[in-house]
Write a protein that binds this ligand. Sequence first.
Ligand SMILES: [Zn+2]
Length: 211
Amino acid sequence: MIKESLLNPAEAHVQQQIGAGDYWLHRIEKGQTLRITDLEGNQAADTLFFNADDTAERYSMSDTLRGQHNVFLTAGSVLRSNDDRPMLTIVADTCGRHDTLGGACATESNTVRYDLEKRHMHACRDSWMLAVAEHPEYGLTRRDITHNINFFMNVPVTHEGGLTFADGISAPGKYVELVAQMNILVLISNCPQLNNPCNGYNPTPILVSVW
Ligand SMILES: [Zn+2]
């Protein structure tokens, strides 16, 4: 569902560009709004959310999809935790739908999906592992790297019930906006994937804003 935001970007107190292949790990407080903007279009923002006060509680794909009876995320979606509590609500979305079924890219999946020689290529799981290693103050470990959301990524479900990676439905300047229902740790890997059309074979920067 397309829904535009009424917030003024000039009033955001955080505005940070994330290059392709980089991560962003940041705490936002209950009631704050997070916007992720696809600056050049067809980029995938692989995102994990944790309860900032107890990181054992984290975003759960299965609880979220069961709660909303829909496999795609868009405006109105409530992102639920593994304790089945609301973590964030998507309040604006100019892309229209986001994937949470496809998972994040990893060096292992790159070899299975594409070629053995792709194993050395940078992947989202590496970026998350680096974030966890570089920021011990948040108490995260690699055990906390779990199922994620792929904002802006187009993963249609086929008639037979399979998944496909398809050309993106996003475009330059499209954004998704979420309001935190609890204190949240946000961990985004701006996907470096070069082998599939989800980011147009051309990873590009995203912008994160917080109000
Ligand atoms: Zn990726």
